[in-house]
Design a protein around this ligand. Structure first.
Ligand code: ZN
Length: 112
């Protein structure tokens, strides 16, 4: 299990606009938001909105929405821990895992 605090830290340090553009999804500033063509469905008129303050995206065409982790999971077809590791990798950071609730004794190790 990845530490919940760590997940939050990775999200805090990730800029969603940067992240999405790193996947070659062009975004244009439109008022306080960013707008682009949705990477999750085919469209010619941009309906993919990214809110740089809330760090969330929402597509009004197909309904996809979420934060940086949701985007990576969906875009790269990763599960949650893989998405956290991906974002940590971009930050040159190492994922922190919960230490096991059971103390790992040598005895326990041998039985496995
Ligand atoms: Zn869409």
């Amino acid at each position: 299990m990845i530490r919940a605090e760590y997940v939050q830290r990775v999200k805090d340090r990730t800029d969603l606009i940067d992240l999405i553009q790193a996947f070659h999804v062009p975004l244009k500033k439109a008022g306080s938001k960013y707008l682009g063509c949705c990477p999750f469905h085919n469209e010619k008129t941009p309906s993919f909105n990214v809110d740089p303050l809330k760090q969330i995206y929402k597509c009004f065409g197909c309904g996809e929405a979420g934060d940086a982790l949701a985007f990576v999971q969906k875009f790269k077809n990763l599960d949650f821990p893989e998405a956290v590791e991906f974002l940590a990798g971009r930050l040159n950071d190492t994922v922190e895992y919960e230490s096991s609730t059971r103390p790992k004794s040598r005895f326990f190790g041998k039985r496995l």
